[in-house]
Design a protein around this ligand. Structure first.
Ligand code: GLU
Length: 441
């Protein structure tokens, strides 16, 4: 069965780049009727915070990216310890004692000689005595996985054929000096034991994938399908990672961006298909095809979300906004009429409040100097609310007769006097919503 996972580290809030990974994995699982796992990669006790773990779940729920199963790596430390033993027994794990400073020096030397900065495996050549002496002097070492020096190859779901020379990669450290198991091992153990069949993640993980494939094989697991999506950049191709804080999912939520707008955009951005607004998760699932995505960095412009979001809102039935409308205090009998009037004139749900305030309390009239007398005359010809669907037509024809104005010169000053704005909904539909007579504010 198709099983995917989204595996954030709870060390911060989810941002738009994380969402791409979450969404792709979610859509693949849902399209196949499979399982989507939320896995919290919280093996780093200093950086992982439960408030972030909660926030991650809240953000995913807000977006409708629901999971079938949740796992925490911190609950599975014994599994990682036994995998480490297995690697030790298989002769694929070795302890190394270099300090960070020594490693840095080695790297610099290699770079100076024009060589790739790959760990030289000096620890493998230590005699038993030398190892014992180092251990006595320095305590525990780090544990490295001994890569087989051959080419590691896979057909990537996005990048196609990948071939990496294992000799060009350092033997990865899987256990730190303080005993903490690192993500590279924990992730492999989880993916294997949880039956993960497809792993989609950012292209910054390509080298990880190469080493993880060998670790999976050393542990006798099944290698999943891998796909690496490109990283997001800003509209000009600039690095986005610095702005991730402001592009957090909660930030977008606070700005009022609708989940389906974000999801529709991200399910297509960077693929050969155009971005299309989808109103339902099901449509998004049906239209998704990971093979349509390209390897090139993907430009993301936050500004593209607002029009999609507004379009999504405009298409909603009353039932989907009824609670928001009721919360504003719109009388039940007027909710439908109110929604018809404002739906095309809001960018975010929050904008409805301004319209309701305007209908309830009246607008601060916008009257040009040359229209003052005209507007005063017109208002004298208008009775008190409630107004009906014919009020606008009757009123404007009365005003036309009394003032001889017509067309734009007639309608625009009245629109501005009533709504305080130059643009907006059909005035015939606005009038019945007014709770006070214009100009009586
Ligand atoms: N916790 C890892 C990350 O956030 C997960 C990577 C993966 O999908 O394996 O980068």
């Amino acid at each position: 069965m198709t099983t995917t996972r989204f595996a954030p580290s709870p060390t911060g809030y989810l941002h738009i780049g994380n969402l791409r990974t979450a969404l792709f994995n979610f859509l693949i699982a849902r399209a196949a009727g499979g399982t989507f796992i939320l896995r919290l990669d919280d093996t780093d006790p200093e950086r992982s915070k439960s408030e972030y773990a909660d926030a991650i779940q809240e953000d995913l729920e807000w977006l409708g990216l629901t999971w079938d199963r949740i796992e925490k790596q911190s609950d599975r430390l014994d599994r990682y310890a036994s995998a480490a033993d297995q690697l030790r027994n298989a002769g694929r794990f070795y302890e190394a004692f270099e300090t960070p400073v020594e490693l840095d020096l080695k790297r610099k030397k290699q770079l100076n000689m024009g060589k790739p900065p790959v760990y030289d495996r000096a620890a493998l050549d230590l005699t038993d005595d030398a190892r014992a002496a180092l251990k006595a002097e320095r305590g525990q070492g780090v544990w490295r996985f001994k890569l087989d020096h051959e080419r590691i190859e896979w057909v990537d779901g996005i990048l196609s054929e990948i071939s990496i020379d294992a000799a060009s990669v350092s033997d990865p450290v899987l256990i730190r000096q303080d005993g903490q198991v690192l993500y590279t091992l924990a992730s492999v153990v989880d993916d294997t034991e949880m039956g993960v069949t497809h792993v989609v993640r950012g292209s910054d993980h390509v080298t990880n994938t190469a080493t993880q494939i060998q670790i999976i094989q050393a542990l006798g697991g099944a290698v999943p399908e891998f796909a690496h999506h490109s990283l997001l950049t800003g509209p000009q191709g600039e690095k986005l990672s610095k702005r991730f804080e402001s592009l957090s999912l909660r930030g977008l939520r606070e700005q009022g961006v609708e989940p389906m707008a974000i999801l529709s955009h991200m399910a297509r951005l960077g693929s050969s298909d155009p971005v299309e607004l989808r109103n339902k998760m099901g449509e998004l699932i049906d239209g998704f095809d990971i093979s349509r995505f390209g390897a090139a960095p993907t430009k993301f412009d936050e500004a593209d979300l607002a029009p999609l979001s507004a379009r999504y809102l405009a298409g909603l039935p009353l039932a989907a906004v009824a609670d928001d409308i009721a919360a504003l205090g719109v009388p039940g009998g007027q909710a439908e009429a109110f929604w018809q009037v404002v739906r095309e004139n809001i960018a975010i749900r929050g904008d409805m409040a301004q319209w309701w305030a305007l209908f309830r309390d009246g607008a601060a009239p916008l009257v040009d100097d040359e229209d003052r007398d005209f507007v005063a005359t017109a208002l004298n010809l208008l009775g008190e609310p409630p107004y009906g669907p014919d009020t606008w037509g009757t009123w404007t024809s009365d005003v036309k007769e009394a003032t001889a104005r017509k067309g734009r010169g007639l309608f625009m000053p009245l629109r501005k006097a009533v709504t305080g704005r130059e643009r907006g909904p059909e005035m015939a539909e606005v009038m019945p919503l007014l709770q006070v007579k214009p100009g009586n504010r």
